[in-house]
Design a protein around this ligand. Structure first.
Ligand code: SAH
Length: 364
């Protein structure tokens, strides 16, 4: 492929073009180079990175898109993250918690639809003690040893992560939210700490989970430098999964009047992350689908390779409202999976229903 011109109109070497070429060649940039790439991105650079990202993903994963059944187990949360609609100080949030049987039956339904990975996500609800959660995970694994269980239940103790792993949990998603401690402090209440979040991620890795980190794009106070640090952190931490999506304000939070992140920057960063870690499992998120009706497709076309349809009972789907206008559907899961298959096929991709583990070797 022809290189894009490494010069701007004045003929001087352009740092963003140079960074793009270096990223393609070496899969690594310095923090200032990531910042220059983000700041100086042009439609040409975006196109170039997108093509390279899609090419790399094709070499490793073909045209396979993995699906994960998302079960939103509870919107009860002891934390008070300033951006999040289910924060504990939001009195307008209609709280719910699924029972063990409801969770297991959502998963059962998903299994019948071909899902082989389930993500249990929720607020930090004290009801889900280690005993309760281990019981659910081990029962599920007993019924379906061919499936992967992913947890996304926030910050817990090392001992808790160890017990859950021993009970059969394979993967853990815990977005780092921002790799800059000062920025972290502006998004979270005083009692939460950047150090603890990062420690949790390291512990999860040590225990043997496949680990996912990630951040919101366009969160309040976020600078280009913050995003550059996020990318460097992703490069160095080498997560197995990486969840990024635009920040979207929620009306009952202190950030209600803040602007949302853009689909354009989110998709650009998806391409960059694919180039940093060609094998990473990269979801095209619900938040991206919320700010742009074609967002989920655009995410895939930029380098993502995972979608996470909602398997929660229809009656609670609307209540897990992290941000305003979160897309949800009253349709039964079966109809929605069929529709998702069509949408992915329409852009040349195929939903596959295996566990969708990270591929360590290229397709032969
Ligand atoms: N309690 C779990 C799950 C949190 S919800 C945990 O701490 O990991 C999952 C993710 O949704 C969060 O990590 C955050 O990045 C994202 N999120 C929360 N509020 C959001 C908002 N207003 N806009 C976009 N994404 C948001």
């Amino acid at each position: 492929m022809e290189k894009i011109k490494n010069e701007n109109a004045a003929g001087a070497a352009d740092p963003a073009f140079a960074a793009a070429e270096k990223l393609i060649r070496t899969h690594s940039l310095s923090v200032p180079e990531y910042a220059a790439l983000i700041e100086g991105r042009t439609p040409d650079i975006t196109e170039r990175l997108k093509k390279e990202a899609v090419k790399l993903r094709k070499e490793i994963y073909g045209n396979a898109i993995f699906i994960r059944g998302l079960i939103e187990v509870s919107n009860i949360c002891r934390n008070d993250c300033l951006y999040c609609g289910i924060r504990r100080s939001n009195r307008n949030c209609d709280r719910y918690r699924l029972t063990r049987d409801e969770i297991l039956s959502c998963a059962e339904e998903g299994y019948g639809l071909g899902f082989r990975t389930f993500v249990m996500q929720g607020g930090e609800d004290p009801f889900f003690s280690d005993d309760v959660l281990c019981g659910i995970v081990s029962e599920f694994k007993k019924r379906h040893p061919d499936c992967a269980v992913t947890l996304s239940m926030g910050e817990r103790s090392r001992e808790s992560y160890e017990r859950l792993h021993a009970a059969g949990a394979d993967r853990y998603l815990l977005r780092h939210e921002t790799a800059d401690p000062v920025h972290y402090g502006k998004l979270h209440p005083k009692e939460m700490s950047f150090e603890n979040r990062m420690n949790c991620l390291r512990q999860l890795r040590e225990i043997g989970y496949q680990v996912g980190c990630g951040m919101m794009v366009g969160s309040p106070y976020q600078t280009v430098m913050n995003l550059a640090k996020d990318l460097k952190f992703i490069e160095e931490f080498r997560p197995d999964m990486c969840g990024i999506g635009p920040f979207i304000p929620h009306k009952d939070t202190p950030f209600k009047d803040e602007p949302a992140g853009t689909a354009e920057l989110t998709c650009f960063l998806l391409s960059v992350i694919r180039l940093i870690h060609p094998r990473v499992l990269l979801p095209s998120t619900t938040a991206l689908g919320t700010i742009d009706p074609f967002g989920r497709e655009n995410g895939i076309l930029s380098g993502a390779n995972v979608v996470m349809p909602n398997l929660s009972p229809v009656s609670v789907r609307k209540k897990y409202e992290l941000y305003n206008n979160k897309i949800y559907s009253d349709a039964e899961s079966a109809q929605r999976v069929a529709r998702l298959k069509e949408r992915m096929e329409a852009i040349g991709y195929e939903i596959v229903t295996d566990r969708g583990d990270i591929r360590r070797a290229p397709l032969s």
